[in-house]
Write a protein that binds this ligand. Structure first.
Ligand code: NAP
Length: 261
């Protein structure tokens, strides 16, 4: 690889949550292509994590990993991610809070327990991961990228809990950026539009998956690929974005601006 394409120095350590598939796995791949060779990858699916490791080693066979398998809604998993990363690598430069899930259900129909479930995954563990990583990020003048959604900005029926969780995440991103800027830590987010990952099959009834992935939801007229989100995440995590903090960047093919007549 040409050294002019490398954005990160060799000592860089990145934690990417939800890196067993989709946008998280693509982010590890893109970070590796830009010079990161020390990762903590996490998820519940061991096969997915093994696949991410395999693909990353194809980019750079010297890549080192901490692999933490576990459910992030159990905050002990977060403790484990951070302690094992610091034990092995001694530092943290980048935290990508990508793990999350879409949840469907109208306010009438969704059980009230769904609210807690969604917020535990899409908000609470993110706040906790940040709390744990801040002291290390302060030392490296590192940064955080949170993976949010267009639903944080625009209401869509039948997913109030999910929409609210991502709106809360956007506000958290801005507030944390305001608090941590003076310590040299940048905090940004991406508002993802509809991207071709397994998430839809996990959270939608089967008959809706093809419909969601094929409908014209944005200006560009196609769904995004995980790599297209990953490239924006990598940019925000890099020195190229040194004057960007507290920004929630829309990476959505124009989904936010698109209102068909
Ligand atoms: N795809 C889209 O259209 C879209 C749109 C807007 C925003 N997003 C956001 O993008 C992020 C990534 O989603 P994706 O589209 O790449 O979907 P995905 O392929 O389903 O990836 C989700 C990742 O999160 C992990 N995860 C989910 N629940 C977890 C839990 N309880 N504990 C630990 N890890 C958990 C999954 O790991 P395991 O399965 O191994 O547990 C997986 O690695 C999410 O935050 C999602 O809200 C996606």
């Amino acid at each position: 690889m040409s050294s002019s394409l490398l954005l990160f120095p060799p000592e860089t350590v990145a934690i990417v949550t939800g890196s067993s598939s989709g946008i998280g796995a693509a982010t590890v791949d893109q970070l590796a292509q830009r010079g990161v060779s020390r990762f903590c990858i996490t998820g519940r699916n061991g096969e997915g994590l093994a696949e991410t490791q395999k693909k990353t080693l194809e980019v750079n066979k010297g890549t080192e990993f901490v692999v933490v398998k576990g459910d992030l809604t159990d905050l002990k998993t977060c403790d484990k991610i951070v302690s094992e990363t610091v034990d092995k690598f001694g530092r943290i430069d980048i935290l990508v809070n990508n793990a999350g899930m879409g949840f469907l259900g109208s306010v009438r129909d969704a059980p009230i327990e769904q609210f807690q479930e969604v917020f535990d995954l899409n908000v609470k563990q993110v706040v906790y991961m940040c709390k744990l990583c801040l002291p290390y990020l302060e030392k490296t003048k590192g940064n955080i990228v949170n993976v949010s959604s267009t639903v944080a900005l625009k209401s869509y029926a039948n997913s109030a809990n999910y929409n609210m969780s991502k709106a809360a995440l956007d506000m958290f991103t801005m507030t944390l950026a305001a608090e941590e800027g003076e310590r040299g830590i940048r905090v940004n987010g991406v508002n993802s539009g509809i991207v071709n990952t397994g998430m839809h099959a996990r959270c939608l009834p089967p008959e809706l998956v093809a419909h969601v992935l094929s409908m014209k939801s944005n200006a560009i007229g196609r769904v995004g690929e995980a790599e297209e989100l990953a490239r924006a995440i990598v940019f925000l995590a890099s020195k190229e974005a040194s004057f960007i903090t507290g920004s929630n960047v829309r990476v959505d093919g124009g989904m936010y601006c698109y209102n068909p007549l």
